[in-house]
Design a protein around this ligand. Structure first.
Ligand code: FES
Length: 273
């Protein structure tokens, strides 16, 4: 059980919650996640990256976007309420070392899991270039936090309402040309990660993508999170969530993510009635 210590409305449909979870706060490393279930009788389990943690306070921070019934139910909870199950920390931590120059690319809600990784890369002595993108200015999250970490910071919006009117792949390509970064970390919608991987591939820049698949148990038992990486089947929950983006079969992953679309639409329709 985990009590909600605070709740902030970050942007349209995006919420940040601080949860009481002393054991997870003590153990977690950048790149790891939790699976939570707000109410064990009525809601599904959802994986969420640990965006931040405070071991002294015994708290972790999660950031989520309302995309369906489960996340809507979570968004309706408030400070003082109790989330029934919080399991973690799960997954492999990000491999952090002083690579030299690291370019971190985050799209939409993907900026939340990118934040602790960018911070850890900076703490390890890397020069950190950050590119964040959103459809529009109102959907941009954690700008100040990411700006504070980065040696160079670029914002893109699809509609040009803030920063550059570009997809994140455009400045990424420019940086590949000019700065020749040693490593890229990309987190966001699968199609964004796919095209970021295609952008860095010709330059031979090692690129990691953090995958957010459907998950059930989070312990490698159910197979719900399986992806193909370098022609091998991997489980995102135990082998990931980060993989070599140049080896990930993003097309199959995107296809699998649509498996429950009809059920999700029905559920969304019911919760908006
Ligand atoms: Fe079940 Fe990964 S969530 S195997």
């Amino acid at each position: 059980m985990s009590r909600i210590l605070s709740k902030i409305h970050l942007s349209k449909d995006v919420f940040q919650m601080k949860l009481q979870a002393p054991n997870i706060a003590r153990e977690r490393k950048a790149g790891q996640f939790v699976i939570l279930q707000a109410d064990s009788d009525y809601t599904e389990r959802i994986p969420l990256t640990i965006a931040d943690a405070d071991a002294e306070e015994g708290s972790i921070t999660i950031i989520f976007q309302v995309v369906g019934k489960t996340t809507l139910n979570l968004a309706l909870m408030n400070e003082g309420d109790v989330i029934e199950n919080v399991l973690g920390p799960l997954g492999q931590p990000t491999h952090i070392e002083n690579f030299g120059t690291v370019v971190c690319v985050g799209g939409g809600i993907g900026v939340a899991p990118l934040h602790p990784i960018a911070q850890a890369m900076k703490d390890a002595g890397n020069r950190v270039i950050t590119i964040v993108g959103a459809r529009t200015k109102e959907l941009l999250i954690l700008e100040d936090e990411m700006r504070a970490i980065a040696d160079e910071f670029i914002v893109c919006t699809d509609d040009g309402s803030y920063g550059r009117k570009d997809l994140v792949t455009k400045p990424l390509q420019e940086i590949c040309e000019s700065e020749k970064p040693d490593v890229a970390v990309v987190i966001g919608p699968p199609v964004m990660m796919k095209f970021c991987a295609e952008t860095t591939r010709p330059y031979g820049i090692k690129t990691y993508a953090s995958l957010n698949t459907i998950m059930v148990d989070g312990t490698g038992m159910c197979g719900g999170c399986r992806v193909t990486v370098g022609n091998e089947t991997k489980f995102v929950c135990v082998d990931g969530p980060e993989f070599d983006a140049h080896l990930v079969d993003f097309d199959t992953m995107m296809l699998r993510l649509t498996s429950f679309k009809t059920i999700e639409q029905k559920s969304n329709h019911e919760c908006h009635l």
